[in-house]
Write a protein of this length. Sequence first.
Length: 360
Amino acid sequence: MFWSIIASNKRKTVILIVLMGVLLILSGAAIAMAIAGAYDPHAGAAGAAAAAGIWFVMLLASLFASDSILLGVSRAHEVGKDVYPQLYNVVEEMVIAGSLPAMPKIYLVDDPAPNAFAMGKSPKKSCICVTAGLLDVCSRDELQGVVAHEIGHVLNRDVLYMTVAATMLGSIVFMSDAYLRSFRFGSASRLTSRSRRGGKSAGVLAFVSLILAVLGPVFARILYFSISRRREYLADATSARLTRYPEGLASALEKIGGSPDTLGDAPSVLLPFYIANPNRQSLNDGIFATHPPLEERIGILCAMGQGAGYMDYMKAYIKVTRRHRALVPAADLRDGGRVAIRPPSEDRGISPSSVGESAR
């Protein structure tokens, strides 16, 4: 495992909570002072206190109820071994391969677009979610590659960081949207009147609050989206090592990228969670890109040659991307020797018909 990445993700989670909280509190104070007027000495403190309350509630939600909330908005429902035995078996295999301490819960989204994501606050409490479209198009090797990719996110503690980031982003966007709506539908004239009575200081506060309300969510989104890109490479590397068959994930990504279907119920706050952007994003390495280009990820997996270890992936990464900066420290690449690529398995795939028969 990428021990330095795991430690880094834990530190970044704490830093993210603090930074998002500071941004939220500053925005709350500025907005309250602009609305109440600079002449009110308690407006800033009240706004900051209200924003801090929102931040605290959202933090508790992210730590204790975020999985249920985010799975709910994605319209996912839990499935068991009795209904999807082959899917359960694939997840179980990858749990054993990755030495995950507990079996994740398995969820399904009834959507024809092939995709998947993982959630969980720790390897002891996690879940894997796939779409019906993924089960329809993937062979067993391909599904195994996708599941191993999501297990990689759990092992690397990516999902904890992303879950907290999603919840914190949601609170900033909510407060900003509420202020902008009030400004647009009636508060603008009152704000102008108070600015005139309060003088230049009130006018400055009104301007600052508006800028924070507009740019705060933008900066938060840039931070949120940018953190997901490197983690996708690392999860791909983990998938290759756990399955010992990089071509399985490469083939699955090719099918996901080539599907004409788009995920209809994918909230924007959940886009970085998916194995590939469900909105068919093609911004490549732009600041708002949630994922690395699919062609690049597929090319790296196909260039791994005869080895499926972390070092093999990093060599292929440098070859394909021509980036010589290592994704992880050299110490994390000591994966216990060479990991040979296995031959493809002979399987019938995961089809709706076999699922239906097993359910009956």
